[in-house]
Design a protein around this ligand. Structure first.
Ligand SMILES: [Zn+2]
Length: 302
């Protein structure tokens, strides 16, 4: 009886005919997570495209109009989106003030990495990651607190759909748990592999899967490296026989190629965001894609 009642509630919530909640996210990863929880009850649009540098996005007029009409804005937070404040000023809607039920910053419950790294603050130049590393969605375990925050935000806006949202999130987490086992298995032979990354996109991914990031090509995130830094990095990579260089789709290709060629490392481009390649269509397949890319490159570089 209880089961039938729960089913009826879920069914009426999903098919109640109410207008879907309009959500805008800053990234395609957040969009995918909102879709996983919100299902048919939401309609969501990402401001950044998947292959774009997430710290440097130009918000188009059509997107500003969508933002104006949105019931919820979901962000990575900290100084990840330095381009968002100007866009919000243009929209000029007090609903998107911090602490408003229409504004969600998913970084709140995340155990951030690199919070102690001394950096200039973002307002002193082009730096980002001034409050800790912001690429936290790339640890699949962080899909848990992120969807918890999304669930609460959606329930606040549509309390009648609580059971539907909760069931969606549970299904998502069950799938996440199952897939994570497979990813850990595939990555197990590469545990302890020392790598260099171009931008500091991958510390959360590296921590989860046991890679050791020994240096970065871009020591100040968002700022191109100096020539003297590059030549000493290349020397260090040769001396310590670093075999893998991890780049992003928006990395400077000539710098990446130069470091790879001169150090003897194999460059591999990982996909930082959902939609960045055809196979990475949702949050879980983003990890399928990256685990595959990385394990193949590590195998080839041995
Ligand atoms: Zn970054």
């Amino acid at each position: 009886m209880l089961c039938a009642l729960a089913f009826f509630l879920l069914w009426t919530a999903a098919a109640g005919g109410a207008e879907p909640i309009s959500v805008v996210t800053t990234s395609t990863d957040l969009k995918a997570l909102v879709e996983a929880v919100g299902g048919e009850r939401i309609r969501v649009e990402s401001l950044a495209a998947p292959l774009q540098d997430p710290h440097a996005v130009e918000v188009k007029p059509g997107q500003l109009a969508k933002l104006k009409a949105a019931a919820l804005l979901v962000t990575i937070g900290l100084d990840h989106e330095p381009w968002l404040s100007p866009a919000l000023r243009t929209v000029g809607d007090s609903r998107f003030a911090r602490e408003s039920p229409h504004y969600l910053d998913t970084s709140k419950e995340i155990q951030l990495l690199q919070t102690e790294t001394p950096r200039l603050r973002a307002d002193k130049g082009a730096h980002v990651h001034g409050f800790g590393n912001t690429h936290y969605w790339l640890d699949p375990e962080n899909g848990r607190p992120m969807t918890a925050a999304i669930l609460q935000a959606l329930i606040r806006l549509a309390p009648a759909d609580r059971l539907y949202f909760e069931a969606n999130r549970k299904r998502f987490l069950d799938q996440l748990d199952g897939r994570l086992k497979g990813w850990l298995q595939t990555m197990a032979p590469h545990k302890g592999t020392r790598v260099v990354t171009v931008h500091e996109t991958w510390p959360y991914f590296a921590q989860r899967f046991g890679l050791v990031i020994v240096a970065v090509v871009e020591p100040n995130p968002g700022v191109p490296p100096s020539l003297s830094y590059l030549s000493s990095l290349i020397q260090k990579m040769r001396d310590s026989r670093i075999k893998l260089l991890i780049a992003d789709p928006y990395s400077n290709v000539s710098v990446t190629n130069q470091v790879a060629t001169q150090s003897g490392a194999t460059a591999v481009t990982l996909i930082p965001s959902v939609g960045g390649d055809g196979a990475a269509a949702d949050y879980l397949s983003l990890f399928d894609s990256n685990v595959k890319r990385l394990s193949q490159a590590a195998m080839a570089a041995r």
